[in-house]
Unconditional design. Structure first.
Length: 406
């Protein structure tokens, strides 16, 4: 329930209950609010008046004025104010940046996506993120004063203050270039979170983990990282390091925290050098390209190309070892491979499923491909920002507006 101060007139519980109900109700009447919150009619009416006064709710034209009521006294109807504000979700990956501006309920207002040079300094990266956020707000016809909450996902562990620990090679400091400090004051609520954590949020609210209480959302494209949910709780850790991929540096048969994309490249190169794959074959010729097209490789495997199937099989063995570690550590019911690579990953999953049971003593988790594609972190960031707006920013806004009126 929203924690609204008793200074709002009807008391924290009743106003908070009505506000919580309003988030999912659409248009509603005082009678609807009474039935859903178990408060008296007089208390419901007073709570509604308080929220209308704070411009959190809007009173709609009654049914007669709308032309839908013919006789008797029309009921007063309410809805959340369309002018509450907006939220921002940011996916600040190693080589890409996506910024989404959305309303607090369900509508996306603007999206911007750009590539980032991984050689950018932290200061340069920080400036790009802030500039793209400003531009996305302009695209949506909004300003920073309209922001209720911001959530940014970064490819680094993040503590509860939005700060990443130092990395031996400076990777975490670059991928999280002081965003908590840079965005401080932009919105009442600013959250910086690990990208895998946000992938887990997205899968649990929109994707393959809906209704599941124990799962891992495994970002597996460029680097491995897992967002872990156990008993319905998203795990974090003292430094935000739960699910961090560095553990795979110590697993036999796994090349490290590098994800399935780089691993595929390495395994294809090794197979061509050993002669297992003819360098002149369709798959073998991919080695000559500067960057192997992972999607093309996996599409060839799906189509039955024997060379592509060989690489997919070996990639599946690597994935099974990764999932085996996650299964032994967290005992999930599902492991969901997330990110752009998930769109064509099925041949690898099929190979991994055949060897996964031998990787752990517990029952093997279901191994699934995400349906949320490259937008999974963005979706999780927006969902997290919306929750922050509902639970923290809007109640705070109501308190401030009523205090100002008083």
């Amino acid at each position: 329930m929203s924690d609204i101060s008793a200074d709002l007139g009807t008391g924290r519980a009743s106003v908070g209950a009505v506000l919580d109900y309003a988030w999912t109700a659409g248009e509603f009447t005082a009678t609807d609010a009474m039935a859903s919150t178990a408060i008296t009619r007089s208390t419901a009416i007073e709570a509604l008046a308080t929220l209308v006064s704070a411009e959190i709710l809007t009173e709609l034209p009654n049914a007669r004025a709308a032309g839908a009521y013919r006789a008797g006294r029309p009921a007063r109807r309410f809805t959340l104010s369309p002018a509450l504000g907006v939220v921002a979700g940011i996916d600040a990956g190693d080589t890409h940046l996506a910024v989404t501006i959305a309303d607090p309920l369900e509508t996306t207002l603007a999206e911007r996506r750009t590539e980032i040079d991984p050689e950018e300094t932290p200061a340069e990266r920080r400036a790009i993120i802030v500039e793209q956020l400003q531009q996305a707000l302009r695209d949506a016809g909004r300003t920073r004063e309209d922001l209720l909450a911001i959530c940014a996902g970064v490819a680094a562990p993040v503590n509860r203050d939005g700060v990443s620990p130092p990395h031996p090679e400076g990777f975490w400091e670059r991928t999280n270039p002081g965003l908590a400090a840079a965005l401080d004051g932009w919105a009442p609520i600013v959250d910086v979170k690990n990208d895998s954590v946000l992938a887990a949020v997205a899968e649990g609210s929109l994707g393959a983990a809906v209704g599941c209480r124990d799962y891992v959302a495994l970002l597996a494209g460029e680097r491995f990282g897992g967002g872990v949910v156990v008993d319905g709780h998203l795990l974090h850790g003292a430094h935000g390091g739960v699910g961090e991929g560095i553990v795979f540096d110590h697993i036999i048969g796994v090349a490290g925290a590098f994800g399935l994309g780089p691993t595929l490249h390495h395994q294809l190169l090794a197979a061509v050098e050993s002669g297992e794959i003819d360098a002149g074959s369709r798959v073998g010729r991919l080695v000559d390209t500067e960057r192997i097209d992972t999607r093309l490789m996996l599409e060839l495997a799906t189509a039955g190309d024997p060379d592509a199937l060989l690489v997919a099989s070996r990639l599946g063995d690597t994935l099974a070892r990764v999932v085996g570690v996650l299964g032994s550590m967290y005992d999930p019911a599902r492991v969901i491979v997330c990110g752009a690579i998930a769109e064509s990953i099925e041949p690898v999953l099929a190979a991994a499923r055949t060897v996964l049971p031998a990787q752990l003593h517990l029952p093997a988790p279901d191994l699934l491909a995400s349906s949320l594609g490259a937008e999974v972190v963005s979706l999780g960031a927006v969902a997290t920002a919306r929750r922050a707006a509902r639970e923290r920013a809007v109640p705070l806004l109501a308190e401030q507006r009523l205090a100002a009126r008083t």
